[in-house]
Design a protein around this ligand. Sequence first.
Ligand code: SAM
Length: 251
Amino acid sequence: MRKKESKREKHVEKKFQEREKALRKASEIFEQKVIPWFSNYNAALDIGTGSAYTAFTLAKHFKKVVSIDSESKCLKTAKIKAADKNIENIQFFQMDAHKLNFSDKSFDVVICRAAIHHFDDANKVLAEVYRVLKKEGFFVLMDFCFSKKTKDALAPLSRIREDGFRSYYNFHDYCDILENNDFSIEVIYTYTLPRDIQEWAAVAPENIQERIINAFLSLDGSIHKELRLHKEGDQYIISYRIMEIISKKWR
Ligand SMILES: C[S@@+](CC[C@H](N)C(=O)[O-])C[C@H]1O[C@@H](n2cnc3c(N)ncnc32)[C@H](O)[C@@H]1O
């Protein structure tokens, strides 16, 4: 029994390390490729800050960082982490991205990483981002990027898996939504991150996780191919594409 438990603990530990590795890769790309693009490092806004991974990186470079999230639970954890790290230049607010409680032209840079797939109305959020950005300020949008076929097949599963999930976007969706809201796209970075399917499904209530995994494994072969589904031991691994878009308020 003890042996079985310790094997399970090792398995969980390995999954945790892999997730950390993926988050670290995303953070490194942000710090090395994205941060140098900015021209002013006074005030940055991080929308949908979650556990504040991105906000902590921003805090190293900006005088002031403002982090918002709609969930008080996330903010509580983020504040504890910030205190542990002795980071003092981040302000945290519980706020809905669709209605930002900031004056016009308050920020040099606005960041929204891994949050747009939760928004009810991404156009409304982008209009708010535009309003709070200074002239020629930068907006960085980062999230998954699938083909139309894959996003259409995966979205219904993701809605069952995670309460707050709304939509995935493909390359053209991102270009349209930014350009229709008067942002000009400066550069796009793309990379893939690995994900263990069991760990992906583990966000769902325990009684439906297996059904979600089976539904995922029953998707069309072309979708599995796009996601590079393969087995490592008894684990199913996918690679999903991330798009990190640096855009600018152009007028
Ligand atoms: C996956 S986490 C983001 C991770 C974080 N941006 C990072 O870079 O580490 C998505 C976050 O978006 C937040 N969120 C979802 N809808 C939101 C909304 N309408 N307004 C503000 N935050 C929202 C969620 O509460 C969640 O913490």
